[in-house]
Design a protein around this ligand. Sequence first.
Ligand SMILES: Cc1cc2nc3c(=O)[nH]c(=O)nc-3n(C[C@H](O)[C@H](O)[C@H](O)COP(=O)(O)OP(=O)(O)OC[C@H]3O[C@@H](n4cnc5c(N)ncnc54)[C@H](O)[C@@H]3O)c2cc1C
Ligand code: SF4
Ligand code: SF4
Ligand code: SF4
Length: 349
Amino acid sequence: MQGTKAKIKRINFALLNREVIKPEYCILCGGCESVCPMNVILIEQMQPKLVGGCISCGSCVDICLRINQRLEQPAVSDDLGTILEVYLGKSAKNDIHKNAQNGGIVTSLLLSELKNNSIDGALVTGGGKDLSHPIPMLAFTEEEIRLASRSKYTQNPALSNLDSIKSSYKKNVAVVGLPCHMETLTQFVKKQYLGADTRIKYRIGLFCMSCYKPDSFRDIVKQELGLDFKNITKTDCGRGKFFFETKEGIKEAKINLFHTGKPEGCKYCKDFSAEFADISIGNVGVDDDMNIIIIRTEAGKELFQNVLESNYLDVEKIENPKWSEVLMLANKLSSSKKKNAKPLPVLEL
Ligand SMILES: Cc1cc2nc3c(=O)[nH]c(=O)nc-3n(C[C@H](O)[C@H](O)[C@H](O)COP(=O)(O)OP(=O)(O)OC[C@H]3O[C@@H](n4cnc5c(N)ncnc54)[C@H](O)[C@@H]3O)c2cc1C
Ligand code: SF4
Ligand code: SF4
Ligand code: SF4
């Protein structure tokens, strides 16, 4: 058309900023930071920021789960996603079980596979200076994997460390993460960024209803319970409450009290059970020291079978007619998360 300039939409950080970060859809998965070939994205003050020259390669836009959800909605199922097998149980190793969040299944899978040389390492989340400071790290030793056990309920840019897998030259790595981490990771694998398609052997997902902003989480715990996070040895949630364990005992507070600490980005999340993982692990509806395990892929089946044979697990296989009973609460939470999630506006690139 005469007199009008064709508008070319540049696929770059400015687009990511405009369509995901500014409107607060970002859930701080960390993927954009690790994928940037120029290393000019840094997560600072709980936000991805541009700290140098962007060459408009488009990689950060390409892997971001929120961009993909806006382009191809809906990305998740109506229920708990693909299920091949279901197990209930805990670690057979007492030293793992007693230091774990629930049944210690996640730590057992990693330790057993490391011992068998089936994985070279795992991307896990350690506790930093306390349990409100999650630190993603690539663990190569038994000790490092053990140190990462137990849940950290605050925002965690776990995938910001994905590039360390490539620089480690390791080929067989397991990644543990929340549903949002698993979804961005799937983009990495599908689009072959950072060698994720050849280096990541297993994706182990955790159930997640929400995480919390670290400052708000610490403040609410202090105000409501008078507790300082440096004294907290375990945080757990269930039956509508948070539980905080210290040497002096366990204090509890209603989850509703933490509502203001929920990050805006989590309000758009529809995935409770880590539908993009090879294996999903949670605890809802079973005893505190047990896990529910959902096997979703052939890779997940292989991982679980290997570990079953190495005697690290004390689990029972649940046959299909009983799935609905065992997964009743998980199904309920999953449906309510999908139903109550804010809708993401459609994006056209
Ligand atoms: C933020 C959050 C919310 C959760 N919400 C629910 C829920 O609503 N319902 C439910 O049934 N289960 C939930 N879980 C999962 C549950 O807390 C346990 O992680 C799960 O049952 C596995 O227990 P385990 O004993 O096998 O774990 P462990 O053997 O103790 O291993 C825990 C693993 O979790 C990883 N990890 C810890 N914190 C994080 C984090 N913030 N991000 C990524 N990875 C992390 C560590 O790397 C470690 O490898 C949640 C977990 C988190 C982190
Ligand atoms: S959701 Fe993840 S990839 Fe997207 S902008 Fe946020 S941190 Fe980056
Ligand atoms: S260089 Fe590429 S990955 Fe880095 S900010 Fe720019 S578009 Fe994103
Ligand atoms: S609620 Fe969703 S977006 Fe928020 S931490 Fe959990 S999985 Fe990630």
